[in-house]
Write a protein that binds this ligand. Structure first.
Ligand code: PGA
Length: 250
């Protein structure tokens, strides 16, 4: 069965002084029943990987370039984040799609770059509020899934994170039925494309305003295999109860 995953996305937050949080998290979960991943800003990948108490908390990047090297000022490659200690890379987050104009085609290229380094790709998708109100949610996430996910996806190399854009950082959360509808749809789409065995291995995370107080009910939803957490992943005191809620759902 799929091993559940609690993933934290620090976005552009955190300094060296924040690394006590990963130590506290490591000490609170010495033998976790779920995978735990924290994705700090790039300069903190190496210090975070070094500061961990054990390796029960995986460290990841929030993005990388699709190319392996070259004239790309300000960018980092998959090999670079791997050398720094990352074992996973978030790709296609809505903030990258919006702030940097990233298309699903570009995300697909980045996923291939990440796979070449044997890293785990966490591919993000989600609809805007307008798209939901227009009844286009499944069409939008289906198109993003198809175009962002290369051939060869499997449970070892890929995680899909469903993050409604309107739920990110807003405190708004879809109803449990709405989450179930999208996650069941994504599982069916993966099954149609990759076959049942492979599709059943790929973890589907929910993301968008997950916190300790709503985690347990979200983790009880069908086809939710964990969460991608932004704001509530910055402090161990906030993230640890989410990890514990996920462990309780196993
Ligand atoms: P949030 O962000 O938990 O702060 O809503 C989630 C995300 O963007 O991954």
């Amino acid at each position: 069965m799929r091993r559940k995953l609690a993933a934290g996305n620090w976005k552009m937050n955190g300094t060296l002084a924040s690394l006590g949080e990963v130590q506290a998290l490591s000490r609170s979960h010495t033998a976790p029943k779920v995978d735990i991943l924290l994705c700090p800003p790039t300069p903190l990948i190496w210090p975070m990987a070094s500061a961990r108490d054990g390796d029960q908390v995986m460290v990841g990047a929030q993005d990388c370039h699709a190319n392996t090297s070259g004239a790309h000022t300000g960018d980092v490659s998959a090999a670079m984040v791997k050398e720094a200690g990352a074992t996973a890379v978030i790709l296609g987050h809505s903030e990258r799609r919006t702030d940097h104009g990233e298309t699903s085609e570009l995300v697909e290229n980045k996923v291939n770059a990440v796979w070449k380094q044997d890293l785990l790709a966490v591919i993000c998708l989600g609809e805007t509020l307008k798209e939901r109100e227009d009844g286009d949610t499944l069409a939008v996430v289906g198109e993003q899934l198809a175009a962002s996910t290369p051939e060869g996806a499997n449970g070892e190399n890929t995680v899909i994170a469903y993050e409604p854009v309107w739920a990110i950082g807003t405190g708004l959360v879809p109803t449990l039925d709405q989450i179930a509808e999208v996650h069941d749809f994504l599982r069916a789409e993966l099954t149609a494309r990759f076959g049942e065995t492979t599709a059943n291995d790929i973890r589907l995370l929910y993301g968008g305003s997950v916190k300790a107080s709503n985690a347990a009910e979200i983790f009880a939803v069908s086809n939710v295999d964990g969460a991608l957490v932004g704001g509530a992943s910055l402090k161990a005191d906030d993230f640890s109860p989410i990890v514990t809620a996920l462990e309780a759902s196993v």
